[in-house]
Design a protein around this ligand. Structure first.
Ligand code: MTE
Length: 315
């Protein structure tokens, strides 16, 4: 992105990467024993989660077979130690070391703007609002690397329906928490238009693939991945998937967003994954698969063309 230093995953010794099947077997073992839901106080330490106790009872969620592409998951270790979260650091492998002081409990998200029932939801409200399920999504960063991640959550449309959007709501604006005292990266990028904001068209926000994610790898969301609640829009470049949401606003005009304001040419508002449209500074035709180092072809809409291409047919 603007001043990103890409740290290749091969810098991470293989010995530090816990194979994901070990994690999966362990949590399925716990679930089968009934410990995952019964042991609210016990689960966090056993599962090594970094998020709140309040949400632990909701995990692991059952995987939805409709969103299980049978791809090999990127290791949990890599997904939680190779992060873009500029509020903390522009160095990917430093983010997880800096999130300790970041408070994610209690948490609330205001959902309002052009709707009938603007509401402030606590994290508990959000967790109970709809059944939480696990979905395996490909995730493609604009920097031309990708991973395969099991997220937990539910479609954003379920939350938006609760506030009853008005007909004039054409776009949704997402705002991330901004706490400079807990987020050392903000002061280092003082010329950025904080807080981190993102946006979707209303039809994109209501699309069943657009996920309000509260967890990953069968646990509450790790802080470095956007605890306690973030957006995941799998057919768009990763920067559209804003982390640690505090505000979701229904608006009539296309909202300003952080990356678009920093560099509109490099980070256009739509930013769908399009292998034939190069980034001004690099090709988007292929991507580096995290964990294997393989370079694989990038798919239109990141492999979700069948689901979303129709959204753009007339544009
Ligand atoms: N959200 C906030 N608030 N701050 C960020 O720096 N980075 C974005 C996106 N959401 C970012 C953010 C980018 S560039 C990517 S690729 C993904 O988060 C990375 O998510 P991950 O760390 O869970 O892989």
């Amino acid at each position: 992105m603007a001043s990103i230093h890409i740290h290749p995953p091969w810098l991470l010794p293989e010995s530090q990467v816990t194979p994901e099947n070990i994690h999966r077997n362990r949590r399925h073992f716990l679930r089968d024993l009934g410990l995952a839901s019964a042991g609210v106080a016990m689960a966090p330490s056993l599962l090594g989660q970094t998020s709140t106790n309040a949400s632990a009872a909701f995990y692991p969620a059952r995987r939805n077979p409709a969103f299980d592409p049978k791809l090999k998951l990127t290791s949990e270790k890599l997904v939680t130690t190779y992060n873009n979260y500029y509020e903390f650091s522009t160095t990917k492998d430093r983010v997880h070391k800096l999130v300790g002081p970041f408070r994610v409990d209690p948490w609330s998200v205001w959902v309002g703007g052009l709707c009938e029932k603007p509401t402030t939801f606590s994290l508990e409200d959000l967790l109970k609002l709809a059944p939480i399920e696990e979905r395996v999504y490909r995730f493609r960063c604009v920097e031309a690397w990708s991973m395969v991640v099991p997220w937990s959550g539910y479609p954003l449309s379920k939350l938006l329906a609760k506030v009853v959007p008005k007909a004039e709501a054409n776009f949704v604006k997402f705002t991330t928490v901004m706490r400079p005292e807990e987020m050392p990266g903000i002061a280092r990028l003082s010329d950025y238009p904080w807080p981190y904001t993102e946006g979707l068209r209303m039809d994109e926000a209501m699309h069943p693939l657009t996920l309000l994610a509260t967890g990953l790898y069968g646990k509450p969301m790790a802080k470095q991945n956007g605890a306690p609640v973030r957006l995941v829009v799998p057919w768009k470049y990763g920067f559209k998937s804003a982390k640690s949401l505090v505000k979701i606003e229904l608006v009539s005009e296309q909202p300003a967003t952080l990356w678009n304001a920093v560099n509109p040419t490099e980070y256009p508002f739509l930013s769908n994954v399009e292998p034939n449209v190069p980034h001004p500074r690099w090709s988007q035709a292929s991507e580096r698969e995290l964990g294997t180092g393989n370079r694989i072809p990038t798919l239109p809409y990141n492999g979700y063309a069948a689901e979303v291409a129709a959204l753009y047919a007339r544009k």
